[in-house]
Design a protein around this ligand. Sequence first.
Ligand SMILES: NC(=O)c1ccc[n+]([C@@H]2O[C@H](COP(=O)([O-])OP(=O)(O)OC[C@H]3O[C@@H](n4cnc5c(N)ncnc54)[C@H](O)[C@@H]3O)[C@@H](O)[C@H]2O)c1
Length: 265
Amino acid sequence: MLSIDLHDRVSFVTGAARGIGRACAEALAQAGAAIAVVDVDGEGAARTASEIAGRYGVAARAYACDVRDPGAIRAAVDRAASELGGLDHLVNNAGVQFVAPVPEFPDDKYANVRAIDLDSVFYMSKAAWKHLAAKKRGRIVNVASVQGLIGSPFKIAYVAAKHGVVGMTKVLAIEGAEIGITANAICPGAVMTDLVRGQAAGLVASYGGGISEEEALERAFLDAMPTKRFIEPDEVGALCAFLCSDFAVSITGAAVSIDGGWAAH
Ligand SMILES: NC(=O)c1ccc[n+]([C@@H]2O[C@H](COP(=O)([O-])OP(=O)(O)OC[C@H]3O[C@@H](n4cnc5c(N)ncnc54)[C@H](O)[C@@H]3O)[C@@H](O)[C@H]2O)c1
């Protein structure tokens, strides 16, 4: 029988208080892994960790950490490794979006998206490297986006950051190959989370108004996906758990689409 067994593994998941990160943490826990729930929202992380521990019977701890801060990243990674028994899986999931046309895109929003969505993947991977190498079966899963493969209007910071994540993933894969570390990017299409809901007002404005938030979300997301349905966070979680499993030992440097066919056209 094909089943994913991650007992005796430790997973460190950023942005895991809610949304896709939480779904990845839950899928990994369901397969038996101990979980570090890492998020800038410390209370949300604590709530999620306690629910995961209760539901799946694994060790789960919360680490409040702003992934814009390299010092906080190093501290959280080392603390989680010491408290949970090393580190097998690093899931770089924390991410934000900001939507505006290029001439109006605020400089500080550009810098913020870049720091959270791209630079943190570098600092996290660097901090986790020695722990992953020690186990000789490390997994890095970077939650990129379909927008790491193609462009969309009004998302210049996000598209640039996610293309950067796909590029970083390839370097991590090449450098990790000889020491048992795989690195892959997951490229989801539209998953109905707070990140998508939060774009509605900006999209209405960018389209020039006169449409509802629901219409704006459909135009921005569902029109692009041949399957015409929002993806469930659990679907991304299951893919993440598979990429962390022994079955995926030869999958590395890949950008795996889970996008309802968005990038196919
Ligand atoms: N929702 C989608 O349609 C979609 C599609 C493709 C890719 N993604 C990517 O999936 C990832 C998760 O997105 P989501 O939809 O679950 O979003 P979400 O807004 O529901 O959750 C994001 C999580 O990241 C945390 N976070 C934000 N800034 C942080 C920081 N500075 N430090 C630490 N944690 C921080 C938030 O507190 C939150 O818990 C992101 O990288 C996003 O770009 C999402």
